[in-house]
Design a protein around this ligand. Sequence first.
Ligand code: OAD
Length: 247
Amino acid sequence: MNSQTEIPKELIQTIHEADHVAVLTGAGISAESGVPTFREAQTGLWAKYDPQELATPQAFRRNPKLVWDWYSWRRALIHKAEPNPGHLALAEMAKIVPKLTLITQNVDGLHQRASSQDVIALHGNIMETKCFANGHLLDSWPESDDVPPHCPICNSLLRPNVVWFGENLPAYALQTAVQAAQACDLFLSIGTSALVHPAASLPLMAVENGAATVEINPQETPLTRWMDFVLRGTAGELLPKLLTQLR
Ligand code: OAD
């Protein structure tokens, strides 16, 4: 394992030789767009809440208004945010390598807005809304003062279309991500604490498969020891540098 702040030449060569690059991103890649990560201290109004205790079906059952309001706050932040140079560099990298599969745990849609294609959104999309009881996906619902509003089809409460702790990931997304992790010859893990499974198992599948592996994160994670290359710095700084050297 090779931990550094500059991009090693061997890594550039490895990317040039790769036929299939798989990338897993986490909240860290959106940090430089102003979207707070999950495990950093929350600020302001939400400082006293632990996101991990809000992002569960139990929390929603207990206090649906609290959970709805937290997501409304995150949605408003994301609405104002723009893709940063890290998101943009990944979208460009996909045009350079023969095949790139982009898998994200983020629900913010910033990769898609940076023009990445076929993004596998393992944890859903915060801008979408569904109902709690039956998962009816809704574009609109009748105006009311109720928070959260009710489903016009079944009258259950509405919630964001994201995956909460204890819920299953969308089956097709997970299956496609696993296939990429098992087939790729290079796997990049970017801006994720690698604590939440099954997403955090993907880089380890790539290790088992013999792929070269890279971590980009300012902090050490449980994955670090398994990685061939460890780049210590932010995604917004390192990915554009990587792209420049690839060109
Ligand atoms: P976390 O908040 O757990 O971790 C963010 C990671 O990004 C940390 O390892 C930071 O060191 C790193 N980081 C911070 N700033 C960075 C930067 N500028 N560039 C690169 N890395 C940076 O977020 P996730 O790993 O995405 O799930 O969390 C995984 C899942 O747990 C989330 O999708 C969410 C969460 O609770 C659900 O909501 C189900």
